[in-house]
Design a protein around this ligand. Sequence first.
Ligand SMILES: C[S@@+](CC[C@H](N)C(=O)[O-])C[C@H]1O[C@@H](n2cnc3c(N)ncnc32)[C@H](O)[C@@H]1O
Length: 307
Amino acid sequence: MDLFDIVRRGPASSSVPEGSKIPWDDPDFSRRMLREHLTQEHDAASRRSERIDRHVKWIHETVLAGQAGRVLDLGCGPGLYSDRLARVGHRCIGIDFSPASIDYAREHASTADLARGYTLADILTTEFGAGFNLVMLLFGELNAFSRLSAADIVNKAYRALAPAGTILLEAHTFDAVHRLGEKEPGWYASEQGLFSDSEFICLMEQNWDGENRIATQRFFIIDASNGNVTQHAQNIPAYTDEEYVAILEAAGFIDIVFHASMGEGDEQRAIEFSSDTDKRHNAQADAKDPPLDFVAVTATKPGRDRL
Ligand SMILES: C[S@@+](CC[C@H](N)C(=O)[O-])C[C@H]1O[C@@H](n2cnc3c(N)ncnc32)[C@H](O)[C@@H]1O
C-alpha cells in the first residue's frame, strides 16, 4: 500500500477486508507488543503491576474463595495473572497465540518451582482440557472475537470447567465500545513503537456500525523512510449486559453476577443479575458514577461444590 491507497480508501466497516484483528500472533509484532505488556508507563496491553496485584487478590479471595484450584487463563499474554495466581497456590495453565508473550511467560515460569504452564495456541481452535475450577478471559478479550466465536469460546470454557467451576469474563461495556466506534480520527508519530521498530506515523480512524453494534478501528502505518503503508484493523462487537447473560446462559452457566470492578472499587457495588427478572439490581451504584469501560462477570457451571 502507499499514500494513494489511504486517500482512495473506502469507508471503514465492520466487514473490513483487511482483517478483523491486529496481528498479535505475528512474531515481530508480538515482540514489540511484549514491551507494551511489561511497561509500567501505561495500562494498554496489560495493566501495570499494582493493578494486576489488586485483581489477582480479588480473584484469589473472592472468585476462588482462597481455595487452591486449577485455573485456565485464556489470552494470558506474558502470564502476569497466572504467575501471581501460582504464587498463591493455584495450578495455572495459560494459553496465548503471541509467541513472544508465551516465551516470556515460560522463561519466567522456569525461575521458580510454581505450578504453571503455558501453551502457544489459538484459543479459537485449540482444546482447553478439562477439570478447571476457574476459566478466565480478561481485559476485554472476548470483544476481540466475532459474536459467533465468542459464544464458541464460552461454550468451550464451560466444557473445560469442573462441576461448580467458575468462568470470569472481564469484558467491555456496551458504552465503552460505542464510544470507541464514535471517536474522531487521530494520529501520532513515533521513532519506534508497537507498529514498527523504525520511525513511522500511525493514522487511526474508527467506525460505529449501529446495525450490527460493532466498533471498527483502522490503523494506517506509514513507514517514514519510504512512505509505504501497512494497514491493520480490528472489529469490536458491543454487548449489553443482557447479551452477556444470554451467552452465558446459553452455554449452561448459572448464578451470573456482575461486578463493578475486579477488586478496585467498593465491593458492595457488585451487581447481581437475576435471570428471571432480567433486570440489574444495584443498590449502591448511582448515576454519578463515571461510565465503566469494563464489566467483570462471573458465572458457575452447575454441579456439586468441591468443598
Ligand atoms: C489485551 S491482551 C491481555 C493479556 C492478559 N490477559 C493480561 O491482561 O495481561 C490480549 C491477549 O490475548 C491474546 N489473544 C488474542 N487473540 C487470541 C487468540 N485467538 N488465541 C490466543 N490468544 C489470543 C493476545 O495475544 C494477547 O496476549
